[in-house]
Design a binder for this molecule. Sequence first.
Ligand code: COA
Ligand code: AMP
Length: 629
Amino acid sequence: MSLQDEVRERSLRDPDGFWGEAAEALEWDKRWDKVLDGSRAPFYRWFVGGRLNTCHNAVDRHVAAGRGAQPAVIYDSPVTDTVRTITYAELQDLTARFAGALEERGVGYGDRVILYMPMVPEALIAMLACARIGAIHSVVFGGFAAHELATRIDDAKPKVIVSASCGMEGTRVVPYKPLLDQALAQSEHRVDACILLQRPQAEAELTPGRDTTWQEAIADAAPAECVPVEATDPLYILYTSGTTGQPKGVVRDNGGHATALLWSMKYIYDVAPGEVYWAASDVGWVVGHSYIVYAPLLNGNTTVLYEGKPVGTPDPGAFWRVIAQHGVVTMFTAPTAFRAIRKEDPEAVKMHEYDLSHFRALFLAGERCDPDTLMWAQDQLGVPVIDHWWQTETGWSIAANCIGLEKLPIKPGSPTKAVPGYDIHVLDEEGEEVADGQIGAICIKLPLPPSCLPTLWQNDDRCEQAYFKRYPGYYLTGDAGYKDDDGYLFIMSRIDDIINVAGHRLSTGAIEEVLASHPAVAECAVIGVHDAMKGELPLGMVVLKSGADLEEEELRRQLVQKVRDDIGPVAAFKHVAVVGRLPKTRSGKILRGTMKKIADHEQYNVPPTIDDPAILEEIDEALKPLGYG
Ligand code: COA
Ligand code: AMP
């Protein structure tokens, strides 16, 4: 048995002992009464009765322990030609002052604050400032459109929104204020105040009576102290794609989250306090929350906040420059970033221009990592490349190669084995465990370990429906795959309508809702098709209402624009075909799976329940001009 298996067995046999010990590494204002509370199963709670402050543990604790002069954050922004280092002592001061500015605007314990921010240090400071005063942050990714922001405003009901005048997408300046104004006009909920970071690339005109600049807000704000909160209190809400246009508000608690994340830095990532760690993601995603902000700071690391892309800012050597310049020992990103680099620099010429001798490991997640990309990265870098599997709902990895325990052999295509705390089972339709090598629904036996979602924001029912109902006693991950006879997991696909575009999680159902709202569209289907760089791309098929007299080209343009306006550019929705009808079963279910196979040039069987097999030929013909079918 491997050490990872042994440690995992102990974590499952004695969760109280295992996680209680892990939690000792944090500073608590009051020790917990109970490590694991199952009195409201399937809604389990960790460290009940305990009180702590996550910001204290991520910042103040390190200053008190003598790390004040150590860089906490290195902001590296090739798009604005900036490198800025913030020490732990400076981070403490900035966070305390911004927390004070929030308090002056009436924000306190349990209040929500929405952050709609680009990749700037102020985003991280605002997150920590909320944690400091017991407020709950909800970060909305900058690539989402106004409508998505409005949906989140109405669900989270924030007192204050923190934003910036603009984001930078490569060389493109993206003004945020118009999007913020539109979102506030669309939402029913009213906010008390907005705080806007003015960036020189595009200053925003403030709305009088509502807006203050970040700069003014902190100028004379009184620093706020850390407020101890219940371990079970929410630290943040992070919305993620569900199966409808209404995103799911994943809640993260304070105590379980801090415990699991701190544990992960040592045992999964093998990074020691003081070292430089870099997650090239965005604070708007769960990877950004956990591994740009909370985990590295809880562990006393220096975290790199990179505002740029893997390619084009300015070239495919950008990642290697950052690793070399800042002494990064371990990096975390999505496979798509490596596919983008490889496409532009297949021989990794740029990589070999830098001294990367201090670099120890690359971690990949967010989407399935194709073995080819993994092997290329490993051959070029000469360090272990570790695929690991996780979700917004868990906040940290479910399966990984825990190199801080021991390095297990790498099997390309597999994120290795279950991490301590997780009891993974692959189930068939009836809930029976399938044999090794057989594909099934990947489920986690309850209780989930610390950091995993206690519930969805003010919606226990939806949480139960979405995750706990299908297989009682288990959490449904929504992923399908298999275990091999060494216990290695292989994550193959989703069992729902979620697709993964450049490591970004999207719901095809949500895109369908947008298409269906166009007045000329009678019905539609959206599928995820294979894309060599982004992994998957959404592809739409629409049937027109009879009498709709719009030029096909114009209709396509309008639909593409509508998805961009309603969901955001991040949906990367570019392809839509007009078809005469959609293939359905005799009971009226659209055969999306068969259409996906046609689009991906895969072999398919004509489903026996299909209404009219001739439609499949028509779909094939309609997709060919788009390069599919
Ligand atoms: N604000 C505004 N617009 C944004 C945005 C943001 N924060 N993030 C992305 N967009 C826009 C992009 O500019 C692009 O717009 P376009 O259609 O006008 O070109 C669109 O959304 C799609 O973005 P993306 O999917 O990121 O594609 P890209 O072509 O700009 O870049 C990669 C492709 C592979 C370089 C990029 O996706 C990448 O670096 N991925 C890394 C993976 C990652 O960070 N995953 C997060 C989870 S770990
Ligand atoms: P998100 O919640 O945005 O992090 O997306 C989570 C989903 O991304 C998972 O449910 C998987 O479908 C997919 N995913 C994440 N990491 C991996 C991985 N290493 N291998 C395969 N799929 C992954």
